[in-house]
Design a protein around this ligand. Structure first.
Ligand SMILES: Cc1cc2nc3c(=O)[nH]c(=O)nc-3n(C[C@H](O)[C@H](O)[C@H](O)COP(=O)(O)OP(=O)(O)OC[C@H]3O[C@@H](n4cnc5c(N)ncnc54)[C@H](O)[C@@H]3O)c2cc1C
Length: 252
Protein backbone atom coordinates (compact mmCIF):
# COMPACT_ATOMS: atom_id res chain seq x y z
CA UNK A 1 0.00 0.00 0.00
CA UNK A 2 2.86 2.39 0.79
CA UNK A 3 4.24 1.73 -2.66
CA UNK A 4 1.01 1.77 -4.68
CA UNK A 5 -1.60 3.91 -2.92
CA UNK A 6 -0.04 7.37 -3.10
CA UNK A 7 0.83 9.41 -0.04
CA UNK A 8 -0.08 7.45 3.11
CA UNK A 9 1.13 8.27 6.61
CA UNK A 10 1.86 5.28 8.85
CA UNK A 11 0.12 5.39 12.23
CA UNK A 12 1.74 3.59 15.15
CA UNK A 13 0.77 4.72 18.67
CA UNK A 14 -0.53 8.07 17.31
CA UNK A 15 0.84 10.00 20.27
CA UNK A 16 2.68 12.42 17.99
CA UNK A 17 0.23 12.31 15.08
CA UNK A 18 -2.79 13.26 17.24
CA UNK A 19 -0.98 16.27 18.67
CA UNK A 20 -0.30 17.52 15.14
CA UNK A 21 -3.87 16.81 14.07
CA UNK A 22 -5.20 18.77 17.04
CA UNK A 23 -2.91 21.70 16.26
CA UNK A 24 -3.97 21.58 12.62
CA UNK A 25 -0.35 21.33 11.49
CA UNK A 26 -0.59 17.97 9.75
CA UNK A 27 -0.61 18.09 5.95
CA UNK A 28 -1.42 14.40 5.53
CA UNK A 29 -5.02 13.30 5.15
CA UNK A 30 -4.61 9.58 4.42
CA UNK A 31 -3.28 7.12 6.98
CA UNK A 32 -2.13 3.52 7.22
CA UNK A 33 -2.62 1.92 10.62
CA UNK A 34 0.39 -0.32 11.34
CA UNK A 35 -0.47 -0.87 15.03
CA UNK A 36 -1.83 -4.44 14.46
CA UNK A 37 1.51 -5.69 13.01
CA UNK A 38 2.50 -7.83 16.00
CA UNK A 39 5.66 -9.00 14.22
CA UNK A 40 7.06 -5.52 14.76
CA UNK A 41 6.74 -5.70 18.55
CA UNK A 42 9.37 -8.40 19.17
CA UNK A 43 12.36 -7.77 21.38
CA UNK A 44 14.98 -10.49 20.88
CA UNK A 45 18.66 -11.22 20.44
CA UNK A 46 19.41 -12.21 16.87
CA UNK A 47 22.93 -12.98 15.60
CA UNK A 48 24.33 -11.36 18.73
CA UNK A 49 22.40 -8.12 18.15
CA UNK A 50 19.64 -6.84 20.39
CA UNK A 51 16.73 -6.37 17.97
CA UNK A 52 13.81 -4.20 19.08
CA UNK A 53 10.75 -4.07 16.83
CA UNK A 54 9.64 -0.59 15.79
CA UNK A 55 6.20 -1.09 17.39
CA UNK A 56 7.66 -1.98 20.79
CA UNK A 57 6.04 0.45 23.22
CA UNK A 58 7.93 2.14 26.04
CA UNK A 59 6.06 -0.06 28.54
CA UNK A 60 7.24 -3.17 26.73
CA UNK A 61 10.81 -1.83 26.62
CA UNK A 62 10.78 -0.97 30.34
CA UNK A 63 9.57 -4.50 31.15
CA UNK A 64 11.97 -6.32 28.84
CA UNK A 65 14.68 -8.26 30.72
CA UNK A 66 16.78 -8.22 27.52
CA UNK A 67 16.71 -4.43 27.26
CA UNK A 68 17.37 -4.02 30.97
CA UNK A 69 20.41 -6.29 30.68
CA UNK A 70 21.89 -5.13 27.38
CA UNK A 71 20.78 -1.50 27.09
CA UNK A 72 19.56 -0.30 30.50
CA UNK A 73 19.75 3.35 29.38
CA UNK A 74 16.95 2.68 26.87
CA UNK A 75 14.74 1.44 29.71
CA UNK A 76 15.78 4.51 31.73
CA UNK A 77 14.88 6.87 28.87
CA UNK A 78 11.54 5.07 28.31
CA UNK A 79 10.63 5.47 31.98
CA UNK A 80 10.89 9.26 31.61
CA UNK A 81 8.81 9.57 28.45
CA UNK A 82 5.41 11.21 28.92
CA UNK A 83 3.34 9.40 31.54
CA UNK A 84 2.01 5.86 31.76
CA UNK A 85 -0.62 6.42 29.06
CA UNK A 86 1.99 7.66 26.59
CA UNK A 87 4.32 4.80 27.54
CA UNK A 88 1.52 2.31 26.76
CA UNK A 89 0.93 3.70 23.25
CA UNK A 90 4.13 5.47 22.18
CA UNK A 91 6.58 3.35 20.19
CA UNK A 92 10.30 3.37 19.60
CA UNK A 93 9.75 3.49 15.82
CA UNK A 94 7.45 6.50 16.22
CA UNK A 95 10.06 8.36 18.27
CA UNK A 96 12.68 7.73 15.58
CA UNK A 97 10.41 8.54 12.61
CA UNK A 98 9.02 11.67 14.23
CA UNK A 99 12.61 12.95 14.11
CA UNK A 100 12.33 15.55 16.86
CA UNK A 101 15.73 16.73 18.14
CA UNK A 102 14.21 16.32 21.62
CA UNK A 103 13.20 12.65 21.16
CA UNK A 104 14.43 11.00 24.34
CA UNK A 105 15.42 7.63 22.88
CA UNK A 106 17.53 9.15 20.12
CA UNK A 107 20.67 9.98 22.16
CA UNK A 108 20.54 6.45 23.57
CA UNK A 109 20.44 4.96 20.07
CA UNK A 110 23.17 7.35 18.87
CA UNK A 111 25.51 6.48 21.76
CA UNK A 112 24.79 2.77 21.24
CA UNK A 113 25.48 3.09 17.49
CA UNK A 114 22.16 1.44 16.70
CA UNK A 115 21.27 0.42 13.17
CA UNK A 116 17.76 1.02 11.79
CA UNK A 117 16.12 -1.61 9.62
CA UNK A 118 14.07 0.05 6.85
CA UNK A 119 11.73 -2.06 4.75
CA UNK A 120 9.76 -1.34 1.62
CA UNK A 121 8.03 -3.49 -0.98
CA UNK A 122 11.34 -3.29 -2.87
CA UNK A 123 13.58 -4.68 -0.13
CA UNK A 124 15.38 -4.07 3.13
CA UNK A 125 18.22 -1.70 3.95
CA UNK A 126 20.06 -0.89 7.13
CA UNK A 127 21.13 2.64 8.09
CA UNK A 128 23.18 3.61 11.13
CA UNK A 129 21.29 6.05 13.37
CA UNK A 130 24.20 8.49 13.14
CA UNK A 131 23.70 8.70 9.34
CA UNK A 132 19.88 8.66 9.45
CA UNK A 133 19.04 12.31 10.17
CA UNK A 134 20.00 14.89 7.58
CA UNK A 135 18.57 18.06 9.15
CA UNK A 136 15.78 19.38 11.35
CA UNK A 137 13.06 16.70 11.21
CA UNK A 138 14.61 15.30 8.03
CA UNK A 139 15.97 11.82 7.46
CA UNK A 140 17.06 9.50 4.67
CA UNK A 141 13.88 7.39 5.08
CA UNK A 142 11.63 7.28 2.02
CA UNK A 143 7.86 7.62 2.20
CA UNK A 144 7.37 4.05 0.97
CA UNK A 145 9.58 2.66 3.76
CA UNK A 146 8.70 1.52 7.26
CA UNK A 147 11.15 1.38 10.10
CA UNK A 148 10.70 -2.24 11.18
CA UNK A 149 13.37 -2.70 13.84
CA UNK A 150 16.38 -1.28 15.60
CA UNK A 151 19.51 -3.42 16.00
CA UNK A 152 21.96 -2.70 18.77
CA UNK A 153 25.40 -4.31 18.99
CA UNK A 154 26.72 -5.56 22.31
CA UNK A 155 28.11 -2.61 24.28
CA UNK A 156 31.25 -2.60 26.39
CA UNK A 157 31.50 -0.14 29.24
CA UNK A 158 29.19 1.65 31.65
CA UNK A 159 26.10 3.32 30.24
CA UNK A 160 24.74 6.63 31.46
CA UNK A 161 21.53 8.59 30.74
CA UNK A 162 20.14 11.87 32.02
CA UNK A 163 17.11 13.88 30.91
CA UNK A 164 16.74 17.47 32.04
CA UNK A 165 13.24 18.90 31.74
CA UNK A 166 10.90 21.15 33.66
CA UNK A 167 9.65 18.17 35.67
CA UNK A 168 10.06 14.41 35.72
CA UNK A 169 6.91 13.47 33.78
CA UNK A 170 5.10 14.92 30.76
CA UNK A 171 7.89 17.36 29.97
CA UNK A 172 9.89 17.64 26.78
CA UNK A 173 13.65 17.65 27.33
CA UNK A 174 15.61 20.87 27.59
CA UNK A 175 18.74 18.74 27.28
CA UNK A 176 19.09 14.95 27.18
CA UNK A 177 22.39 13.04 27.24
CA UNK A 178 23.24 9.39 26.77
CA UNK A 179 26.77 8.06 26.96
CA UNK A 180 28.84 4.90 27.09
CA UNK A 181 32.14 4.99 28.97
CA UNK A 182 34.51 2.45 27.46
CA UNK A 183 36.70 1.59 25.63
CA UNK A 184 36.15 4.80 23.61
CA UNK A 185 33.68 7.16 25.22
CA UNK A 186 30.58 7.74 23.11
CA UNK A 187 28.48 10.76 23.98
CA UNK A 188 25.20 11.84 22.37
CA UNK A 189 23.02 14.86 23.10
CA UNK A 190 19.44 15.80 22.27
CA UNK A 191 17.81 19.27 22.14
CA UNK A 192 21.09 21.12 21.48
CA UNK A 193 21.16 21.03 17.65
CA UNK A 194 18.71 20.50 14.74
CA UNK A 195 19.13 16.72 15.15
CA UNK A 196 20.39 14.41 17.83
CA UNK A 197 24.20 14.64 17.75
CA UNK A 198 27.29 12.70 18.74
CA UNK A 199 30.25 14.68 20.08
CA UNK A 200 33.27 13.20 18.26
CA UNK A 201 35.69 15.97 19.27
CA UNK A 202 34.72 15.84 22.93
CA UNK A 203 34.92 12.04 22.82
CA UNK A 204 38.44 12.30 21.34
CA UNK A 205 39.62 14.67 24.09
CA UNK A 206 38.50 12.20 26.76
CA UNK A 207 39.86 9.20 24.91
CA UNK A 208 43.26 10.89 24.65
CA UNK A 209 43.35 11.51 28.39
CA UNK A 210 42.48 15.24 28.25
CA UNK A 211 41.02 16.91 31.33
CA UNK A 212 37.28 17.14 31.89
CA UNK A 213 37.61 20.95 31.72
CA UNK A 214 39.18 20.67 28.27
CA UNK A 215 36.42 18.25 27.23
CA UNK A 216 33.81 20.65 28.54
CA UNK A 217 35.21 23.51 26.49
CA UNK A 218 35.28 21.31 23.40
CA UNK A 219 31.66 20.30 23.99
CA UNK A 220 30.62 23.96 24.15
CA UNK A 221 32.05 24.47 20.67
CA UNK A 222 30.48 21.28 19.32
CA UNK A 223 26.83 22.05 20.10
CA UNK A 224 24.49 24.66 18.57
CA UNK A 225 21.67 25.13 21.07
CA UNK A 226 18.94 27.70 20.46
CA UNK A 227 16.60 29.83 22.56
CA UNK A 228 13.05 28.47 22.34
CA UNK A 229 9.86 28.03 24.37
CA UNK A 230 11.42 25.44 26.64
CA UNK A 231 14.81 26.95 27.43
CA UNK A 232 17.66 29.24 26.41
CA UNK A 233 20.83 28.47 24.46
CA UNK A 234 22.95 29.62 27.41
CA UNK A 235 21.16 27.32 29.87
CA UNK A 236 21.48 24.38 27.49
CA UNK A 237 25.20 25.04 27.07
CA UNK A 238 25.83 25.17 30.81
CA UNK A 239 23.73 22.11 31.54
CA UNK A 240 25.33 20.09 28.73
CA UNK A 241 28.74 20.76 30.29
CA UNK A 242 27.43 19.82 33.75
CA UNK A 243 26.02 16.57 32.37
CA UNK A 244 29.35 15.75 30.76
CA UNK A 245 31.08 16.18 34.12
CA UNK A 246 28.46 14.05 35.86
CA UNK A 247 28.78 11.30 33.26
CA UNK A 248 32.56 11.26 33.62
CA UNK A 249 32.64 11.21 37.43
CA UNK A 250 29.71 8.80 37.91
CA UNK A 251 31.10 6.20 35.49
CA UNK A 252 34.73 6.45 36.67
C1 LIG B 1 1.61 14.04 26.41
C2 LIG B 1 2.79 13.61 25.58
C3 LIG B 1 4.03 13.46 26.21
C4 LIG B 1 5.15 13.07 25.47
N1 LIG B 1 6.36 12.96 26.12
C5 LIG B 1 7.46 12.62 25.40
C6 LIG B 1 8.73 12.55 26.05
O1 LIG B 1 8.87 12.76 27.26
N2 LIG B 1 9.80 12.23 25.30
C7 LIG B 1 9.71 11.97 23.95
O2 LIG B 1 10.72 11.68 23.31
N3 LIG B 1 8.51 12.03 23.32
C8 LIG B 1 7.39 12.35 24.00
N4 LIG B 1 6.18 12.44 23.37
C9 LIG B 1 6.12 12.20 21.92
C10 LIG B 1 5.66 10.77 21.49
O3 LIG B 1 4.96 10.12 22.50
C11 LIG B 1 6.87 9.89 21.08
O4 LIG B 1 7.62 10.51 20.06
C12 LIG B 1 6.41 8.50 20.60
O5 LIG B 1 7.50 7.63 20.59
C13 LIG B 1 5.78 8.51 19.21
O6 LIG B 1 5.45 7.16 18.89
P1 LIG B 1 4.04 6.80 18.25
O7 LIG B 1 4.04 5.32 18.04
O8 LIG B 1 2.92 7.34 19.05
O9 LIG B 1 4.15 7.57 16.86
P2 LIG B 1 2.97 8.11 15.89
O10 LIG B 1 2.35 9.32 16.47
O11 LIG B 1 2.05 6.99 15.50
O12 LIG B 1 3.87 8.50 14.61
C14 LIG B 1 4.82 9.54 14.68
C15 LIG B 1 5.46 9.69 13.30
O13 LIG B 1 6.25 8.55 13.01
C16 LIG B 1 5.78 7.89 11.82
N5 LIG B 1 5.94 6.46 12.11
C17 LIG B 1 5.53 5.80 13.22
N6 LIG B 1 5.98 4.54 13.20
C18 LIG B 1 6.68 4.38 12.05
C19 LIG B 1 7.40 3.29 11.48
N7 LIG B 1 7.50 2.09 12.08
N8 LIG B 1 8.02 3.49 10.28
C20 LIG B 1 7.94 4.70 9.66
N9 LIG B 1 7.28 5.76 10.16
C21 LIG B 1 6.66 5.61 11.36
C22 LIG B 1 4.35 8.35 11.64
O14 LIG B 1 3.97 8.29 10.29
C23 LIG B 1 4.47 9.79 12.16
O15 LIG B 1 5.05 10.60 11.16
C24 LIG B 1 5.03 12.82 24.07
C25 LIG B 1 3.78 12.95 23.45
C26 LIG B 1 2.67 13.35 24.20
C27 LIG B 1 1.34 13.48 23.51
Amino acid sequence: MLRDDGRLMPLAGCTDVYVNLNFGTLKDTRFLNIWPLDELRRIEVRDGLLSIGALATYTRIIRSPLVRKRLPILAAASREIGGVQIQNRGTLGGNIANASPAGDTLPVLAAAEAVLVLKSAGGTRRVGINAFYTGYRKSVARRDELITAVEIPRLEGRQWFRKVGTRAAQAISKVVMAAVRAPRPRIALGSVAPTVIRLPKTEAVLEDGGSIEEARQTLTREIQPIDDLRSTAEYRRRVSGNLLERFWSETA
